[in-house]
Design a protein around this ligand. Sequence first.
Ligand SMILES: NC(=O)c1ccc[n+]([C@@H]2O[C@H](COP(=O)([O-])OP(=O)(O)OC[C@H]3O[C@@H](n4cnc5c(N)ncnc54)[C@H](OP(=O)(O)O)[C@@H]3O)[C@@H](O)[C@H]2O)c1
Length: 168
Amino acid sequence: MKIILYMAMTANGCIARQNNETDFVSEVEWRSFKKMANQVGTIIMGRKTYDIMFKAEAFSGMGAVKIVILSRKKTNVKKNVDTYSSVQSALQGLKKKGIKKVLLAGGSLTNASFMKENFVDEVYLDIEPILLGKGIPLFDSSVFEMHMRLKGIKQLSKDEVQLHYVRK
Ligand SMILES: NC(=O)c1ccc[n+]([C@@H]2O[C@H](COP(=O)([O-])OP(=O)(O)OC[C@H]3O[C@@H](n4cnc5c(N)ncnc54)[C@H](OP(=O)(O)O)[C@@H]3O)[C@@H](O)[C@H]2O)c1
């Protein structure tokens, strides 16, 4: 199964402010993310990101996209959303359903969980024109290393670029 990480971040690698706000993420970026989610067809995210997106009604326009959540707590299982308690069980479950591609959509802890297992094949990073001294990092602190090839650079707007990497 191909796992594609897709994230918006500040130029110094923060995916949100410390209070979880992502007000620096532009409409252009958001549209780009939604387009990719619709193309890939399945997105996986941490329970916290799901709760934030659900509250913000951010799933509109993604009606056909299968949403998958990681959560260790049974009480956090959501209606109409596949929930798995580990990265491995999620990938096994999705494989059984014949799913071949998944978009990994954060947050920090979930991204790190996948990186530690060496499961990410491609990375899209949309760089927002801002630096934040404090914020939530792209990956929660953990030991891993991934070597990549730069496959493309796309200008999303005057001040935003998208970097596309593939695993070497
Ligand atoms: N800029 C962007 O593109 C972008 C995208 C997504 C999110 N974000 C931001 O990222 C922040 C959230 O990131 P976060 O790191 O705090 O939370 P997160 O990764 O969204 O969710 C963490 C939760 O996911 C579950 N989880 C994660 N790894 C797991 C594993 N290996 N096995 C089982 N369950 C696992 C756990 O849920 P339980 O506690 O239920 O067990 C954990 O508490 C928010 O501020 C959000 O706005 C930004």
